[in-house]
Ligand binder design. Structure first.
Ligand code: FES
Length: 255
């Protein structure tokens, strides 16, 4: 890696630009410099108007998702050297398919609207059992995967269906819906599955797998969508099974 790296940043200020263009900045990174560090170096030393989102710097908040050399990723956890090409250049764009507010900041309104649509909160039973809700190891793994999602938008803005149709629920919200449908405490799986099986729901997914490639947490929204498709076809039976199971787990554990 050369001692100097050229950072190409897509710029766009809607107040004065007709279309996006690229600015180039040369920095001297260390071996530990991340892509986010590089953006901070540019902003601090060369052009304070370069605009981007970030917060935690620890791959937790999801606010720093951007497109680097054509792939969506969290720039705070990406070493600059891992994305620097042979000519010493790194190209940074905003997340694709979303309206640009300024430079690398996009409008995520459609992303959050779809998240709200799937009611990502728990609909708990009125009659909470005194014993714990028991969960199988397979369910724990599925729930853990969905819960690990930090809502960064990398999957959403890599999805070819989203590129054409912002009414599609999207992989992020479907993964969170999956979390609630599989949650043994939730009382409305059939209602949820009916909504997910409707227009612009699970059957819109083209199974292109871009969401899996883009996810910085290594999650698998495509598999969750596939499971939701299967459950949607037997949603009433699934809910009855859920209720029957809750009845049995109220019984004392036999030893
Ligand atoms: S700054 Fe929070 S995930 Fe990157």
């Amino acid at each position: 890696m050369s001692t100097k790296t050229t950072i190409r940043i897509q710029r766009f200020n809607p107040d004065k630009d007709k279309k996006p263009y690229f600015d180039e900045f040369v920095i001297e990174p260390t071996p530990d410099t991340t892509v986010l560090d590089a953006l901070h170096m540019v902003k601090a030393d060369q052009d304070g108007s370069v605009t981007f989102r970030r917060s935690c710097r620890h791959a937790i908040c999801g606010s720093c998702a951007m497109n680097v050399n054509g792939s969506n990723m969290l720039v705070c956890k990406t070493p600059l050297r891992s994305v620097t090409d042979k000519k010493g250049v790194v190209t940074i764009r905003p997340l694709p398919y979303l309206p640009i507010i300024k430079d690398l900041v996009v409008d995520r309104s459609s992303f959050w609207k779809q998240y709200q649509r799937v009611k990502p909160w728990l609909i708990a039973p009125d009659d909470v059992p005194e014993q714990e809700f028991r969960v199988s190891p397979e369910e724990v793994k599925a729930l853990n995967d969905a819960e690990t999602c930090i809502m960064c938008g990398a999957c959403y803005s890599s999805c070819q269906v989203i590129a054409m149709n912002k009414e599609y629920i999207g992989p992020h919200a479907l993964l969170k819906a999956f979390l609630r449908v599989l949650d043994p405490r939730d009382t409305a799986p059939a209602e949820r599955l009916a909504d997910l099986a409707g227009y612009d729901g699970v059957y819109r997914c083209h199974t292109i797998f871009n969401c899996i490639d883009a996810c910085p947490k290594g999650l698998n929204p495509t598999q969750a969508i596939e499971t939701l498709r299967k459950l949607a076809q037997r949603r009433l039976a699934f809910e009855e099974e859920r209720k029957a199971r809750q009845q049995t787990i109220k019984e004392p554990i036999s030893v």
